[in-house]
Design a protein around this ligand. Structure first.
Ligand SMILES: Cc1cc2nc3c(=O)[nH]c(=O)nc-3n(C[C@H](O)[C@H](O)[C@H](O)COP(=O)(O)OP(=O)(O)OC[C@H]3O[C@@H](n4cnc5c(N)ncnc54)[C@H](O)[C@@H]3O)c2cc1C
Length: 387
C-alpha cells in the first residue's frame, strides 16, 4: 500500500496548481459576475494537456486515468477555480465515449475533448423523474435511418458552451417492446432542441439550462455505441468518474477555503498580541474541517485507484462514499472559513462566501447525499429498498 503519487502525478499536481494560481479565485468570480465563461483557463488547460489526461493517447490524450483527472479537478478547485464542466466533459463524456463509443465516434470527438476545443455536456435529469432515473420520459423513436427524440431535461450544465449534449433517452427494444436507456450525441444546434437558462443562486461561470427536445432528428450514428445494448453499460460507465471527480473538486474547494481562513486567523489580532487563531474556538473548527477534507481525499484516492485498476464495483462503493464525504467536508470547510473570518468572511474580497452556493449544491448534485446513503444502506449494509 502506498499513499504517494508517482513522480509524473506529482509533476502534474504541481503544474496544475501553478496554472490555477495564475488565474485564481478572483478570475473565477469576475467571470461569473460578468456572465462570462472561464474560456482562457479552459483553453490553456487544454493546450497543456490537463483536460485530456484520462483520454487514451491514440486520441490525443495523456493516457492516464481518473486518478490524474481527479488531480486536475482538485488542484484547480484548490486554487479557487472549481470548474464543474471538468466533471461533465472530460470525466463523464470522454469516459463514456472511450469505453463504449464506436471507433468513428471516438475519432470524431475525443481529440477535441482532449485539447479542450470541444465540450460535450451530459443530460439525464428530468423535471418529472428527478432522482428516480427509472422514470425517465425522454423517448427516442426510430425514424427512417435515424432517430426522433422528444422530452425535457433540467439543470443541464454548460449547454451554451458545448458542441454536443449526451442525452439519456429511452428506446423501444425491437425484440421485447420494452423501453431501455440509450445515449445520443445531439448537436447543441440541432433543429428542435431549445434551451432556457435557469437562474441559480450559485456564483459560477457555468450555467444550468432547461432543455426541450421537440422532434429532434438525429442520424443513426448519433446513437452512442455499436447497438442499443451499449446504452446501459455506457450510462454506468460515466457514474464512477463523475462521483470521483466531483468529490475531488469538493476536496479542492475545501482546501482552498481552509487555506484562506488559516492565513487570516494566524495574522488577525483583536485581543492584544495574540492571533484569533490562538483561540481554540477559532482553530478547532478549522482543524476539524481540515480533518474532514483530508479523510475525503483519502477516499477519493482509494476510489480512483480502484477505478483505474478496473475494479468498477468496488470503485462504485468508494466513489459514492468519497462523493458523500467530500460534499459534506467542502460545505463544512467553506462555512467554517466564513465564520472564522468574521465580517471579512462575507466580503467578496476574501473570496470564501463566493463559494457558499457551489458547495451547497455539491450536497445535492450530481447525486444527492440521500441517494448515496440509500446506495450504501442497500449495497453495503444489505438493507431493503424503501422506494
Ligand atoms: C448546480 C447543478 C448542476 C447540475 N448539472 C446537471 C447536469 O449537467 N446534467 C444533469 O443531467 N443534471 C444536472 N443536475 C441535476 C442533479 O443531478 C439533480 O438535481 C439531482 O440528481 C437531484 O435531483 P432533483 O433535483 O430532481 O431532486 P429530487 O429527486 O426531486 O429530490 C429532492 C430531494 O429529495 C431527496 N430524495 C429523493 N428521493 C429520495 C429517496 N428515495 N430517499 C431519500 N431522499 C430522497 C433528494 O435527495 C433531494 O434532497 C445539476 C444540478 C445542480 C444543482
Amino acid at each position: 500500500m502506498t499513499f504517494d503519487l508517482t513522480p509524473e502525478q506529482d509533476q502534474l499536481r504541481d503544474a496544475v496548481r501553478a496554472l490555477g494560481r495564475r488565474y485564481g479565485h478572483s478570475y473565477f468570480v469576475e467571470k461569473a459576475r460578468a456572465g462570462e465563461h472561464t474560456t482562457e483557463l479552459w483553453a490553456e488547460a487544454g493546450r497543456l494537456g490537463y483536460l485530456g489526461v484520462n483520454i487514451p493517447t491514440e486520441y490525443g490524450g495523456g493516457g492516464g486515468g481518473i486518478t490524474e483527472l481527479a488531480i486536475v479537478c482538485e488542484e484547480l478547485a484548490a486554487a479557487g477555480c472549481p470548474l464543474l464542466l471538468l466533471v461533465v466533459s472530460p470525466a463523464i463524456a470522454a469516459t463514456v465515449l472511450a469505453r463504449h463509443g464506436t471507433e468513428e465516434q471516438r475519432k470524431r470527438h475525443l481529440p477535441g475533448l482532449a485539447d479542450g476545443s470541444q465540450k460535450i455536456v451530459f443530460a439525464i435529469t428530468e423535471p418529472e423523474a428527478g432522482s428516480n432515473f427509472h422514470r425517465l420520459g425522454t423517448v427516442a423513436r426510430r425514424d427512417g435511418d435515424g432517430w426522433l427524440l422528444n422530452g425535457r431535461k433540467c439543470y443541464i450544465s454548460g449547454v451554451d458552451e458545448a458542441g454536443h449534449v449526451l442525452v439519456v433517452a429511452r428506446t423501444e427494444d425491437s425484440s421485447t417492446g420494452k423501453l431501455k436507456p440509450a445515449l445520443f450525441l445531439v448537436p447543441t444546434d440541432a433543429a428542435g432542441l431549445t434551451r432556457s437558462k435557469l437562474d441559480m443562486e450559485i456564483l459560477s461561470p457555468e450555467n444550468q439550462f432547461l432543455l426541450y427536445l421537440d422532434d429532434v432528428r438525429v442520424p443513426a450514428d448519433a446513437l452512442l455505441g455499436e447497438s442499443l445494448d451499449a446504452g446501459l453499460p455506457a450510462l454506468f460507465a460515466g457514474l464512477n468518474p463523475e462521483r470521483i471527480t466531483v468529490a475531488a473538486m469538493g476536496a479542492g474547494t475545501g482546501r482552498y477555503a481552509i487555506e484562506r481562513a488559516s492565513e487570516y486567523t494566524a495574522t488577525r489580532k483583536v485581543w492584544g498580541g495574540r492571533s484569533i487563531g490562538s483561540h481554540q474556538g477559532v482553530s478547532h473548527p478549522l482543524a476539524h474541517a481540515a480533518v474532514q477534507v483530508e479523510l475525503a481525499r483519502l477516499m477519493i484516492q482509494k476510489a480512483a485507484t480502484l477505478y483505474d485498476a478496473g475494479r468498477d464495483l468496488e470503485a462504485g462503493v468508494s466513489g459514492n462514499m468519497a462523493k458523500y464525504a467530500a460534499g459534506e467536508a467542502a460545505a463544512l470547510a467553506v462555512d467554517t472559513a466564513v465564520q472564522v473570518l468574521g465580517g471579512a468572511g462575507m466580503t467578496t474580497e476574501y473570496g470564501v462566501a463566493t463559494l457558499l452556493g457551489a458547495v451547497r449544491a455539491g450536497r445535492i448534485a450530481p447525486v444527492s447525499r440521500e441517494m448515496i446513503l440509500n446506495f450504501v444502506a442497500q449495497h453495503v449494509l444489505g438493507q431493503d429498498k424503501s422506494y
